[in-house]
Design a protein around this ligand. Structure first.
Ligand SMILES: [Fe+2]
Length: 161
């Protein structure tokens, strides 16, 4: 139980996203996305902040190198976040781990295809990525992730005040 509690409240990687998070305005945080699991909510906000950073970089016509670096940071963060969620689900005996992992695999495949397409059409990559991820995040955060979080919270309820 303590292991699960430590995991759900534990630190999240990529502290550089915190500054960007404070300025999150392009995609306002929707209360429907709140899972109530601190680590997961923190990482979801970081992912949205990175996505917003990418949109801004595109809108401001930033250098290709900077755009590439923003794409790379976001895609790596997503991969790490998925692995962290899957480890939490496995450690907590979540019965729908297979279905949830299947949803992650769907995104992993799609990301791989977008990146592959980006090799021949590098200018299309960031907009394709942003267009796809905005919708995917919203659906996944309020669907699979909330169901997972409901399960995690029953195992590691927040400490009473
Ligand atoms: Fe997920």
């Amino acid at each position: 139980m303590d292991r699960i509690r430590r995991a759900v409240e534990g630190p999240s990687p990529v502290p550089q996203a915190r500054g960007a998070m404070a300025k999150l305005s392009f995609i306002p945080w929707n209360p429907d996305w709140e899972t109530g699991v601190p680590k997961i909510d923190r990482e979801h906000r970081a992912m949205l902040a990175m996505l917003e950073g990418l949109v801004k970089a595109l809108a401001e016509g930033r250098e290709t190198r900077e755009i590439r670096s923003a794409v790379s940071m976001l895609t790596h963060y997503i991969q790490d976040h998925f692995l962290a969620e899957e480890a939490l689900m496995a450690a907590s005996g979540y019965p729908d781990l297979g279905r949830h992992r299947g949803a992650h695999d769907g995104l992993r495949d799609r990301l791989a295809r977008i990146v592959l397409h980006g090799r021949s059409e590098p200018r299309a990559l960031p907009t394709e990525l942003v267009g796809f991820l905005i919708g995917w995040f919203q659906e996944h955060f309020s669907g699979e992730d909330r169901r997972m979080a409901d399960h995690l919270r029953t195992l590691a309820p927040p400490p009473s005040p």
